[in-house]
Design a protein around this ligand. Sequence first.
Ligand code: 5GP
Length: 193
Amino acid sequence: MSDPGLLLILSGPSGVGKGTVCKRLLQTDANTTVSVSATTRQPRQGEVDGEHYHFLTKEDFLHRIAGNEFLEWAEVFGNYYGTLKSEVDRQLNAGKNVILEIDVQGAMQIKTACPHGIFVFILPPSLEELENRIRLRATENDANISMRLAKAEEEIGYAKKYDYQIVNDDVDRAVAQILGIIAAEKAKRFPGA
Ligand code: 5GP
């Protein structure tokens, strides 16, 4: 029988490249999957419901909060985001490592609920580089960019509460580091497996 999957919580400021790192991880390790979050924000161009997010109305989201359907949820930039328990349980039970790509508020909630989770924070090489990346993405208007930068600085303050901090100056290197973390944690929890 395969070992149970690991729960990996991945945070980092908006624009740090979490999405790219996640995507590459999934391509490299077939046993790792990402939990699809629910959100009330509008889909960006190219985003597909059920693939990038489960896009919900605010009413539906609030109803699910009341029904205790979320492992964690948070309000970020005026929208709700949350991890559905059903999503995570389904994948962990299938023996998959599950990545939660979530903000620091959500991660801190999970730290209490899931002490067995592995907490990884992705840092930008510098704040200047982060600002460049956010501007390059150019899907946000100026007010949004300042808001995301201010939040980035606040979020980076939480990095030391994570088990691991890695700098995303090179995607391949960041992915290799995370795969190393998964291997080390597996060896620690399931010796000789
Ligand atoms: P974006 O709108 O750029 O896709 O995401 C904005 C922020 O929401 C990012 O920091 C992202 O990590 C966070 N986020 C995405 N999904 C979740 C979730 O399920 N829970 C929490 N707490 N944050 C999330």
